[in-house]
Design a binder for this molecule. Structure first.
Ligand code: GLN
Length: 535
């Protein structure tokens, strides 16, 4: 029996030389190419840190916490996979050291190992292999695409590389293909492309028993043909396996760049995959629209981590998707909410739209509230998300209802007017002890609302990550004064979307529409903002 024929195939992407080479984008791009051949691709991100998940991680260090439909809080690379591959993933697609060790230690406590000494090899490596195979099997994938976080040579990554080497042995060499991403720096007056870091990094990989079949070489410029030859020769792979990844204007171009160098055909051939049609036309059309806008709009993003743009990556991408659909280039003006508090709303002068995104903690809150007021009063297109939705309510309660000192009890536990309060089932606990409401929930939209028109539906599903919500005690008064809560949870108790009556575009949501935005299916609320800003 030809075993390799009907079993799942694996592509594994590792990183060398240094971090930040765009390994996640390379992995996602390979996914797009294989999906374009009609194959069922199942992406998995390995994070060799000890955190069980990304829920407790600081966005300063790791960028945005991405939330999936099932409520899992995961690494932001999963967001790239979802966007590039247009799939909805679950927590099974993110494997961390913490998750693996927790599972093995639980088994050990239960006595599952029958008194044996429990060790990294084979117990941890077996657990890793079982997790990887399990996801592929459950999802009936043709191809499991695995990205190993970190850089080859890191101590944390070792058990994962060993597990992957073993998995290659288990499934057969022809069923697994390793891709290594490296850097080819340019040195000296003549601008010579240097291959030594790549050679050394591949040597490091071979030292753990892994031979890459493809190398993705990042660098400022396209690799010279003789440099490709040299890498192929010294790293022992065919020259078609050496792919040049120079800087491009948009990440969405990377699949096209790889495909143009024959990577798709190469991987299909090497793994003996059987393509089933489909193509890249829609993707190319998206890039074409993205790169040829008809106008420009400037949108202020009022946030706390504005110097660390990875904290807002899903918004940035949602605006790219909206840009292509609206044919309007979005220029973001990064406004630090604390600056806004100190220097005032003049920092928002001349913008075509304002976004107040989600956030935690009280720093810069008054600046964000000021931004919502400015948008409401000046008729500037506005979008609020999660915290932005809550603060739009706070600002309105103060200004339109005259509720002085109105606030969220998150920031002012003793406020006389807690227009935003802990979720009712959690009022008895302290805020940090409260559990977060996470993941996709159903939302019912008022058929007469802008939001229902933009979604083209009155029942939608969007993702959440919050502890606080609009206090139902204030809804009647707020609505009477013109703030309409046009989206509610299916039991009608939770406020999910607001629109300001008489305003050209003032739409805010308790959920995060940016998390489900896709190149060819942009978040309707971001798209609405861009269209209103362009009008
Ligand atoms: N801090 C707010 C809450 O917990 C908002 C959360 C968010 O914006 N993601 O409800």
């Amino acid at each position: 029996m030809d075993h390799s024929r009907d079993s799942v195939k694996y592509v594994v992407v590792t990183g060398g030389v240094l971090s930040g080479l765009g390994k996640g984008i390379s992995t996602s791009s390979i996914g797009v190419l294989l999906k374009s051949k009609g194959l069922r691709v199942c992406p998995i991100k390995i994070d060799p840190y000890l955190n069980v998940d990304a829920g407790t991680m600081n966005p300063y260090q790791h960028g945005e916490v991405f939330v999936l439909d099932d409520g899992s809080e995961v690494d932001l690379d999963l967001g790239n996979y979802e966007r590039f591959l247009d799939v909805n993933l679950t927590g099974d697609h993110n494997i961390t050291t913490g998750k693996v060790y927790r599972a093995v230690i639980e088994k050990e406590r239960r006595g599952d190992f029958l008194g044996k000494t429990v060790q990294i090899i084979p117990h941890i490596t077996d657990e890793i292999k079982a997790l990887l195979r399990g996801v592929g099997e459950r999802e009936k994938a043709d191809l499991v695409l695995i990205e190993v976080g970190g850089t080859v040579g890191d101590i944390e990554g070792m058990p994962f590389l060993e597990a992957l080497r073993e998995l290659g042995q288990d499934v057969g060499r022809g069923s697994m293909l390793f891709v290594h991403t490296t850097l080819v720096p340019i040195m000296g007056a003549v601008g010579e492309q240097k291959t030594k870091p790549t050679q050394q990094s591949v040597r490091e990989l071979r030292a753990v028993g892994i031979q890459p079949k493809a190398i993705i070489a990042r660098g400022e410029r396209t690799l010279e043909p003789d440099i490709k030859q040299k890498i192929a020769f010294f790293c022992d792979l065919p020259v078609e396996g050496v792919i040049s990844a120079p800087d491009v204007s948009t990440i969405y171009e990377v699949p096209i760049l790889f495909d143009g160098q024959g990577l798709t055909e190469y991987v299909v051939r090497e793994l003996g995959l059987e393509p089933k049609g489909e193509d890249l036309e829609a993707w190319k059309d998206f890039i074409d629209r993205l790169k040829n806008p008809e106008k420009d709009v400037e949108i202020a993003l009022v946030g706390k981590y504005t110097h660390l743009k990875d904290s807002y990556i899903s918004h940035i991408e949602a605006f790219h998707h909206a840009s292509a659909a609206a044919r309007a280039h979005v220029k973001l003006r990064w406004v630090e909410s604390l600056d806004l508090e100190r220097k005032g709303v003049k920092l928002l002068d001349g913008v075509d739209g304002i976004l107040v995104p989600g956030g935690f903690g009280d720093r810069g809150i008054e600046g964000k509230i000021a931004a919502t007021r400015y948008a409401a009063e000046q008729g500037i297109p506005f979008q609020g998300v999660c915290l932005g939705f809550q603060l739009a309510t706070v600002g309105f309660a103060r200004a339109a209802l005259g509720l002085e000192g109105a606030n969220s009890s998150e920031f002012s536990p003793k406020t006389p007017h807690p227009v935003v309060d802990l979720l009712p089932e959690q009022r008895s606990v302290k805020s940090m002890g409260a559990t977060m409401r996470l993941g996709a929930h159903e939302i019912l939209l008022d058929p007469s609302s802008k939001t229902a028109k933009m979604y083209g539906a009155t029942t939608i599903h969007e993702r959440h990550r919050h502890r606080y919500e609009i206090n139902p005690a204030y809804i009647e008064k707020l609505e009477a004064a013109g703030l309409r809560y046009v989206g509610r949870s299916d039991d009608g108790r939770r406020m999910e979307v607001l629109e300001l009556r008489g305003h050209p575009y003032f739409v805010a949501s308790q959920f995060h529409p940016e998390l489900r935005s896709r190149p060819l299916r942009p978040s309707p609320i971001h798209l609405g903002l861009v269209r209103a800003a362009a009008a």
